[in-house]
Design a protein around this ligand. Structure first.
Ligand SMILES: Cc1ncc(COP(=O)(O)O)c(C=O)c1O
Length: 397
């Protein structure tokens, strides 16, 4: 199984857990250290700096760094992609990815409930460089087809959406896009590569906020792009190098540490979230639960077709007036109010509570939506915590 230097043979690294535990760690390169070190250096001396000779060698950390490359190898393999690049944030990855595909005069189709700063970036490109865009709900193929123009260069998806938990059909959209020579990007932060691999459906590029499940400990901000080798190479020496948004080596080391437990964490997040979703669904104060893992989700069948599981972020809408609902949100012991998700800790965000109809229409977020990120605390404790809050809401709301 292992070679003379104690390195695990690549052909024995088969599962996601094998990748997370061993891929790229190369004990012989690092004095047998079971945990590869942080190469906290900005430059590498005595290396040729020009042309092809630079290939596969290190010279400056804005281009590449051994610690960052270990994280990139693991995530590329998890996503079943050829190569990956790490970035200083999810938004650095997303903006660089979009920037790679579009130029002045391009048209972009984007799902309207994608992470809003991604939409804001398209708006910025529109205002500064005349990039055109069309927002679609993303649920029907005809919508994309109708929106395609001669200058359409990119379709940007986020499935499942981390705000409204709707899905887009990866295979059909990828096929349609290919037939018009249009590139596709999927934000796969919600599902993670453990539960969904968009590249297998013909999608060109996957982006991640590594600040969420990939790192999983709410201790770093980071981002990733996964795609074909030639595309990744072009971005590494082009957009990432020139915009300068590479991940820091220490950040990468924490990401690697988080990745070691990604499959086991996701298994637990999934189990607990499903139990909580089912609990909420039958609760008299709850009107609706938004979770693709529930059979009642309108796109449950599509989810089963393209996903291997479901993560721990879900939405629900309660009865009661918005002020009382906000009191309920504030009263919970275990679900602290926070703008992020995907960490070990449970979080709550009243994203649609008190929202007006116009904003709801624009963003696609149903009025009254409360988003929770189910953490790794005991599920009984979490259900008890929600139940106490909901009982109070039913009395006071
Ligand atoms: C779905 C999604 N994509 C991307 C991002 C951006 O990631 P980051 O905060 O690491 O820049 C976020 C952040 O919340 C997100 O929720």
């Amino acid at each position: 199984m292992a070679d003379k230097k104690g390195r695990i043979n690549r052909e024995y690294i088969r599962t996601a857990q094998d990748i997370c535990t061993h891929l790229g760690d190369d004990y012989d390169r690092f004095f047998g250290a079971v945990v590869p070190p942080i190469f906290q250096n900005s430059l590498f001396v005595d290396y040729e700096l020009s042309g092809e000779e630079q290939e596969g060698r290190y010279n400056y950390t804005r281009l590449s760094n051994p610690t960052i490359e270990i994280a990139e190898q693991k995530i590329a393999a998890l996503e079943k992609g050829e190569a990956a690049l790490c970035f200083s944030s999810g938004m650095a990855a997303i903006s660089t990815a979009i920037f790679y595909w579009v130029s002045t005069g391009s048209h972009v189709i984007m799902v309207k409930n994608a992470y809003s700063p991604a939409r804001n970036f398209i708006e910025l490109l529109h205002d500064k460089f005349g990039v055109e865009f069309t927002l679609v709900s993303g649920e029907k193929l005809e919508e994309y087809e109708r929106s395609i123009r001669p200058n359409t260069k990119l379709i940007y998806l986020e499935t499942p959406s981390s705000l409204v938990f709707t899905l887009q059909d990866l295979e059909s959209v990828a096929k349609l896009a290919k037939s018009y020579g249009i590139a596709t990007i999927v934000d796969n932060s919600w599902a993670t590569p453990i539960f969904q691999n968009p590249l297998e459906f013909g999608i060109d590029m996957v982006v991640h906020s590594a600040s969420k499940y990939l790192a999983g400990h709410s201790d770093i901000i980071g981002g990733v792009i996964v795609s074909r080798k030639d595309i990744i190479h072009a971005i590494q020496y082009g957009e990432r190098c020139l915009l300068g948004g590479i991940m820091d080596p220490h950040q990468a080391w924490l990401l690697i540490r988080g990745l070691r437990t990604l499959p086991v964490r996701m298994k637990q997040h999934q189990e607990s979230a499903l139990e909580i979703a089912q609990f909420l669904e039958q609760h008299p104060v709850v009107e609706r639960v938004l979770y693709p893992g529930l059979k009642s989700h309108p796109q449950y069948e599509l989810g089963k077709k393209q996903m291997k599981g479901y993560s721990g972020v879900l939405g629900f809408i309660t009865k009661g007036n918005p002020d009382k609902v906000l009191e309920f949100v504030d009263s919970l012991q275990y679900f602290k109010k926070g703008p992020s998700w995907g960490g070990f800790e449970s979080l709550i965000a009243p994203v649609g509570v008190g929202m007006d109809e116009e904003t709801s229409k624009k963003t696609g977020i149903p009025i009254g939506t409360i988003r929770i990120s189910v953490g790794l605390e005991s599920v009984d404790t979490l259900i008890d915590c929600l139940d106490r809050g909901l009982v109070n809401l039913s009395k006071n709301g």
